[in-house]
Design a binder for this molecule. Structure first.
Ligand code: NAD
Length: 250
């Protein structure tokens, strides 16, 4: 029996990178998976792949900054998969610049996707989870939501917002059986990593700061998300799961 047997799960930004790894792992663990993204072709291809391995699966167009998209996506998931038990607020964008070099437009765009997106997802998931007697919300923060950086500003601010919104959600909905936890990956090998680490020198520096001695894989993060999503984490809410090979412990 899978660890998410029969659970109906929505993963935002699920078409590629960390979200796609979560979708594949969740499906292997018996979940019915809805992939929400703005990359329609990638999302549809992934859902075809999941269906081929007999997982009940659905692609929904979901721009996480749009309130209307969230309403429609949650409705589609509850109608077509039967309920909403798990939401992974995974979608996010990266931005690299110190404070003075960040424009107001860049600030607003990153906050819109990374912070507003998580707020809207949480807001629309809760009534649906209440109807099914509880649920689990897993929010993708970052080590950038825990510590400051020489090269990031709005990305830090947006991921810090995710971290604290998670704790308020945990406190507010615990008695209704709705849990909320945040995940804090370090450097993980996805397309986004190409933006985080730009030169061989940066790669070597970051590697030397990682005690485990390798960068993470999408599967490493998906295993943590799976645990928090599952009933095995039923006494865990408001927690921060750091998956960074030891980067931030020294
Ligand atoms: P990625 O760029 O490979 O994938 C991001 C996904 O989010 C894409 O499918 C993209 O289309 C989607 N997305 C972007 N804007 C969206 C929007 N407005 N609405 C819906 N979907 C949207 O990045 P990734 O590495 O897979 O990152 C996933 C999450 O993990 C992000 O929140 C990111 O900040 C976080 N994270 C990544 C790393 C890393 O090293 N890769 C580290 C820490 C945290």
């Amino acid at each position: 029996m899978g660890r998410l047997e029969g659970k109906c799960c929505l993963i935002s930004g699920g078409a590629k990178g960390l979200g796609a790894a979560q979708a594949r792992l969740f499906a292997r663990e018996g979940a019915r998976v809805a992939v929400g993204d703005i990359l329609d072709a990638d999302g549809a291809r992934l859902v075809d792949e999941l269906r081929a391995s007999s997982a009940d699966s659905l692609y929904v167009r979901l721009d996480v900054t749009s309130e209307g998209d969230w309403e429609r996506a949650v409705d589609a998931v509850t109608e077509e998969l039967g309920a909403l038990d798990v939401l992974v607020n995974n979608a996010g964008i990266y931005h690299r610049a110190p404070v003075e070099e960040t424009t107001l437009e860049e600030w607003e765009r990153v906050m819109e996707v990374n912070a507003r997106g998580v707020f809207l997802g949480t807001k629309y998931a809760i009534p649906a989870m209440r109807r099914s007697g509880g649920g689990s919300i897993v929010n993708m923060s970052s080590v950038a939501g825990l510590v400051g950086s020489r090269t990031q500003s709005v990305y830090n601010a947006s991921k810090g917002a995710v971290r604290l919104l998670t704790k308020s959600t945990a406190v507010q909905y615990a008695t209704e059986g709705i849990r909320a936890n945040s995940v804090h990956p370090g450097v993980i090998e996805t397309d986004m990593m190409q933006e985080v680490i730009r030169t061989e020198e940066e790669r070597a520096t970051r590697m030397s700061l990682t005690p485990i001695g390798r960068f993470g894989t999408p599967e490493d993060v998906a295993q943590g998300v799976l645990f928090l999503a599952s009933d095995q984490a039923s006494y865990i809410t408001g927690a921060e799961l750091v998956i960074d090979g030891g980067l931030t412990v020294q």
